[in-house]
Design a protein around this ligand. Structure first.
Ligand code: ADP
Ligand code: MG
Length: 261
């Protein structure tokens, strides 16, 4: 396997996992109409964990993480996020969405708003943060993702890698306790993948709880404490990265790894 050159050392010493539970999913099932898309999902995520979710296209990875911030409704079982049980109660959904940040493959920035406005919109309108304070926070996170100088531009004027870093900064402005990533680098040109992964590594080093759907196995090896393999709506196997890559247990995992590595 080619080890992804991240361009800097990854400091694992700061990436500590606590005993506190961030997400708990118990016997969860979901259907799209008659299609049983997620089957008996059981997953506990401790605070500080960095989990990579891998698996073939159509295996349910996106649907699983979308259930965690209630972008999709589940029909059976229980999902508890940060102590809040996910139900169709809209109040809960607002609470969960403000604690769980999500970054998508296609950055989903608002094209008619500046970078700064993209970052301040939700804090001002959802969190009722005063504009001035929201702008200060936005600049803080734009500095963190290393593009403060782009604040007054529009998304269309930025590269894909820059837009994705804005999307990450925008999420962080809501001060989430958990970050979900759904193939954040899949739409990027190769030379821009690294800058986004570096941003994600930095977040991991700061102790953020992260669930990342990604095909970047170099990232998984360096940053994840656990890799989860999904196939046909099920969690087939999970392990720490070294074991997962060097000693896969199921035939489906072996086949998948032989195709991507
Ligand atoms: P992955 O992210 O692993 O590629 P998804 O979670 O996107 O998989 O999709 C899992 C399965 O559910 C696929 O077969 C997909 O076609 C189907 N699916 C996803 N979203 C919907 C939807 N809104 N309605 C019906 N089927 C869907
Ligand atoms: Mg997907």
């Amino acid at each position: 396997m080619s080890e992804l050159a991240m361009g800097r050392e990854v400091d694992r010493s700061k990436m500590t996992v606590s005993d506190e539970v961030a997400v708990e999913i118990t016997n969860m099932n979901k259907w799209f109409g008659t299609f049983h898309v997620l089957r008996d999902i059981n997953l506990t995520v401790q605070r500080g964990e960095r989990i990579v979710i891998a698996g073939p296209s159509g295996s349910g990875k996106s649907t699983l993480i979308r259930c965690i911030n209630a972008l999709e409704e589940h029909q059976q079982g229980r999902i508890v996020v940060d102590g809040t049980v996910l139900s169709s109660d809209l109040k809960n959904i607002d609470k969960i969405r403000s604690e769980v940040g999500m970054v998508f493959q296609h950055f989903n920035l608002f094209p008619h708003l500046t970078i700064l406005e993209n970052c301040t919109l939700a804090p001002i309108w959802v969190r009722k943060t005063p504009k001035r304070e929201a702008e200060e926070t936005a600049m803080h996170f734009l500095e963190k993702v290393k593009i403060p100088e782009q604040a007054d531009k529009y998304p269309g004027q930025l590269s894909g890698g820059q837009q994705q870093r804005v999307a990450i900064a925008r999420s962080l402005c809501m001060r989430p306790r958990i970050m979900l990533f759904d193939e954040p680098t899949s739409a990027l040109d190769p030379e821009m993948i690294k800058e986004v992964l570096d941003t994600m590594i930095q977040l991991a080093e700061e102790g953020m709880t992260m669930l990342c759907v990604t095909h970047e196995m170099g990232f998984a090896r360096q940053v994840a404490n656990r890799v989860i393999f999904m196939d046909q709506g099920q969690i087939v196997e999970q392990n720490e990265p070294e074991e997962f890559f060097n000693n896969p247990q199921s035939e489906r995992t072996k086949l998948f790894l032989s195709q991507i590595l």
